[in-house]
Design a protein around this ligand. Structure first.
Ligand code: ATP
Length: 480
């Protein structure tokens, strides 16, 4: 556990030092669970988005994209049930004055102390879910006392009573009308359902994909990028015939796991967890969990939302939300939802790829072995020394290739230090221009992961970068 804590600290400091993630509003002392992305962070994030977006809207000819607004009519949230039901439980420790989610206190305790005792784990969790389903807050508090759960800060078990808390951020417009910052992107898809059908001439089954910011007033917002109050989601709602619910649920469950495994972070780091306690809108549900430095936690949920949202929006808006089908006439389609947190996905990739490795002379290098197709910089062009015309040749090469790939030119340090810096930001290839380049137009190519070096002709550079970093070959695997 200590080792994992040290690793998390190393991860946080590396991500700041190399321009991936900065704590937000740092000069004012920071703001809990909100982060800014630096140059390499936003590039990595955009590459993950691009991969997801293409996997959905380019590879599937029956999925289209939208980008709906963050602020919506407040009736959207009454119809969806978020005003009434998007609540979390909270409990305070009387000594530390720290606030917790009691369900998470219990889940974390079970994960820590009963991870080898499947029977006991199931027994405790099923008691928790029973209490949650029956709004039995006293039962949850009893469970906390029975398990003798202590506050990690004060180390006492002096707990307050448990209360409900709505997680939506409420804001006010100039007429003092309430608006909400959306807690999920999905509702923007449902309210545009008929617009998409008409404008794109879509027929069931079809999907609508969206990437965008969501906001949740999380009670326990810790663990770096894992639980944020402002975050991005990549969600897809797939509209189907009701009788095909099980088929499509299984299809998307498998498809989403396949997508994650394409990052090659280690298949054993992922697992499915069937949802025994479903959200108010769902009839089937499963989570994909990832083994973070603090254990297995959810990264993506796949749910059958049935016709819950479309019926509710029809009732509230009095507008038709059904589809017309020759044989079935008017009906509400069912919806299979896949919902992935972009920041959590970033975290999985970053935390699994950052390594300290022993190299020659007992030295240690820090290397970010991210999948090359996601690398912020695809290749660095580096002159061996800062004289004798080598920087000019390197710059010329850079200017020639920069239209095809995101490159970096650097001549500020010795070549060894330049390689270390590129390792630290995950650049898969470095091309070094030296005195032989002047004689025979060859350069050294150095591979990040193996550190192996080869001599190639400058005309081969583009092909080498393409082969190493191309997204197309990864996308092809989605349907294999
Ligand atoms: P959790 O149980 O961890 O709170 P959830 O079940 O509330 O998550 P969903 O409502 O299913 O999450 O949201 C879908 C996805 O959105 C999650 O799998 C996660 O990747 C992401 N997500 C949800 N809440 C947050 C958050 N506070 N910070 C970062 N990502 C989040």
């Amino acid at each position: 556990m200590e080792k994992n804590k040290d690793f998390l600290e190393f991860l946080v400091s590396h991500s700041k030092r190399y321009g991936f993630i900065f704590p937000s509003s740092e000069i004012y002392g920071g703001i809990n669970a909100i982060y800014d992305y630096g140059e390499y962070g936003v590039a990595l994030k955009n590459n993950i988005k691009d991969f997801w977006w293409k996997s959905m809207t380019q590879i599937h000819d029956n999925i289209v994209g939208i980008d709906s607004s963050i602020l919506m009519h407040s009736d959207v949230w009454s119809a969806s049930g978020h005003v009434q039901k998007f609540n979390e439980l909270l409990i305070d420790n009387k000594d530390s004055k720290k606030r917790y989610r009691p369900d998470l206190l219990i889940k974390n305790h079970v994960e820590k102390f009963f991870y080898k005792n499947e029977k006991k784990r199931k027994e405790i969790l099923s008691r928790l879910y029973d209490c949650l389903s029956n709004n039995n807050l006293l039962g949850i508090k009893d469970l906390i006392h029975e398990l003798n759960i202590h506050d990690p800060i004060s180390h006492t078990n002096h707990w307050t009573d448990i209360k409900y808390f709505n997680m939506m951020f409420k804001i006010e417009d100039h007429r003092k009308k309430n608006l909400f910052l959306r807690p999920e992107t999905a509702q923007g898809i449902f309210i545009n359902f008929q617009n998409v059908i008409k404008s794109n001439r879509m027929k069931i089954p079809f999907g609508i994909a969206q990437i965008g910011k969501s906001f949740r007033n999380e009670i326990v917002a810790r663990q770096f990028l894992f639980r944020l109050r402002e975050f991005e989601q990549m969600e897809m709602q797939f509209f189907i015939l009701p009788e095909e619910e099980k088929f499509w649920f299984k299809y998307w469950k498998n498809m989403r796991m396949k997508w994650h495994l394409l990052f090659n972070l280690g298949d054993e780091k992922y697992r499915f967890i069937e949802n025994t306690h479903l959200p108010h809108y769902a009839s089937l549900g499963t989570d994909i969990e990832f083994n973070f430095p603090f254990g297995f936690k959810e990264i993506e949920s796949i749910h059958s939302r049935r016709d819950f949202d479309l019926i509710k929006h029809e009732n509230y808006s009095k507008k038709n939300m059904k589809v017309f089908d020759k044989s079935k006439k008017n009906y509400f389609p069912y919806v299979i939802e896949t919902s992935l947190g972009l920041d959590r996905c970033f975290f999985t990739i970053f935390s699994s790829s950052l390594k300290k490795e022993k190299i020659n002379n007992g030295k240690i290098r820090t290397v970010l072995k991210i999948p090359s197709f996601l690398s912020p910089i695809k290749a660095a062009i580096l002159p061996l020394v800062k004289k004798d015309g080598l920087p000019e040749i390197a710059k010329k090469l850079f200017n020639n290739i920069k239209f095809d790939f995101k490159l970096l030119y650097d001549h500020t340090e010795s070549i060894g230090k330049l390689y270390r810096r590129q390792d630290a930001i995950g650049t898969p290839l470095c091309f070094t221009i030296d005195y032989d380049t002047c004689k025979n137009e060859t350069v050294t190519v150095r591979y990040r992961d193996s550190m192996k070096q080869y001599r190639i002709h400058i005309n081969e550079i583009k092909d080498v970068i393409k082969k190493e970093t191309e997204l197309k070959s990864i996308l092809r695997k989605i349907h294999n």
